[in-house]
Design a protein around this ligand. Structure first.
Ligand SMILES: [Zn+2]
Length: 383
């Protein structure tokens, strides 16, 4: 994805950082290191000021906080991988994290398990840090060993609260939050109707957005608390995400019902594998509108050749090369079976830099789907 940085790769999943994450990360370091921690480290001081310790703690606290978000997303991802769904990447951005999985869960059980794992992990982390916090708080007055209790107590308490908040917020029953996915899985299982389940789970998301927006407005107007702006932003983000999620599901359902035969073109020319490259350029590529050609040998398709394949031969030596020297063999060419639906083509175009997919029936090429025509067709079908 453009504009994001890859910071790590865990279990084959790219961990990405969106530039907007830097805004929230620096705000967090600032508010922890310059306000919260100085106050908590010097509870008796009238105007506590930041020092090296509070700033270092602010940085450590921020990193662990985002480590918690990452752990939450990894929990979703591990379950997705176990249920046979690939995970492209995890992106940290201004509102937290998101794990991008390759395809939507195909059963309510899979959706439920993937969705519930994140909040469960956050709850477990909250319990662990909460226990640490209580334990250190009890040990501190005894002074059994010389140990910097205060900083560890502050970090443990911060992480316990953050992970608890992460779990509870994500469990709110509004799509696309985890709780909304759990709700959709339950409704889907009950009604056996994905469209209806998604509609209601997304309405749940919009209701949660309205509540958050209301809380934000209350904080700003009645309390004069500018933290309400943050609630407003999350509400706006959630409202749009819920609406888009429902549209996307309708789109996926529509695509699922389009047979490949309806979007492929059956006009294509064949060129002999033994023809010279110069002959191919002059006789096929230049006079024709199409860009991809089937290469045949003894009446059978053995590969495809397109404009881009010409790069495999030095310019000016096209007479010395034959078509089969530079073609893409059928085994390596992007292809799709004639009886599949547009969903399969969508997945291929989304994944690879493919411009054209060959449609095959048995060992024969029966047509092509070009990226441009494919999207034109999909846009029309959407209306
Ligand atoms: Zn989650």
């Amino acid at each position: 994805m453009r504009g994001t940085w890859r910071i790590a790769r865990i279990m084959g999943i790219d961990i990405m950082i969106d530039p907007s994450w830097l805004i929230i990360a620096s705000l967090t370091v600032y508010s922890l290191g310059f306000f919260d921690f100085p106050r908590q480290l010097n509870p008796r001081a009238l105007r506590p000021t930041a020092d090296a310790i509070s700033i270092v703690l602010g940085i450590v606290g921020t990193l662990l906080l985002f480590g918690s978000v990452l752990a939450h997303e990894l929990a979703h991802s591990v379950m997705a991988l176990r249920r046979g769904i690939g995970v492209n990447r995890i992106t940290l951005f201004i509102f937290g994290g998101v794990a991008q999985i390759n395809s939507e869960p195909d059963t309510p059980a899979t959706e439920f398990l993937i969705a519930i794992m994140g909040p469960l992990l956050s709850l477990a982390l909250a319990a662990i840090f909460g226990a640490m916090w209580i334990w250190l708080t009890l040990l501190e007055p005894m002074r059994l060993i010389d140990f910097p209790y205060r900083p560890f107590i502050l970090i443990a308490s911060l992480l316990a609260r953050i992970n608890l908040a992460l779990a509870l917020f994500n469990l709110a029953p509004g799509f696309p939050l985890d709780g909304g996915r759990v709700l959709r899985a339950l409704l889907w299982n009950w009604w056996r109707d994905l469209r209806r389940a998604t509609l209601w789970a997304c309405r749940g998301g919009q209701i949660i957005a309205l509540i958050l927006g209301g809380v934000g407005a209350f904080l700003i107007l009645r309390e004069g608390n500018l933290g309400g702006i943050w609630y407003g932003l999350i509400a706006f983000f959630l409202w749009n995400a819920a609406r888009d999620s429902y549209q996307q599901m309708l789109f996926r359902e529509a695509v699922k019902n389009i047979p490949i035969s309806k979007i492929m073109t059956r006009d294509f020319s064949q060129v002999s594998a033994d023809a010279s490259l110069q002959h191919f350029v002059d006789g096929y590529l230049l006079p024709n509108r199409e860009q991809t050609f089937v290469v045949e040998q003894d009446g059978a398709a053995v590969g495809i050749i397109a404009h881009a394949d010409l790069q495999r031969a030095p310019r000016g030596q096209w007479g010395a090369y034959r078509v089969k020297d530079v073609m893409t063999p059928l085994a390596n060419a992007p292809k799709i079976a004639f009886d599949q639906t547009a969903t399969a083509a969508l997945a291929q175009f989304a994944r690879a830099e493919t411009e054209e997919i060959a449609v095959v029936q048995g060992a024969q090429i029966v047509g092509f789907i070009g990226r441009g025509e494919f999207w034109r067709f999909i846009r029309l079908a959407r209306r």
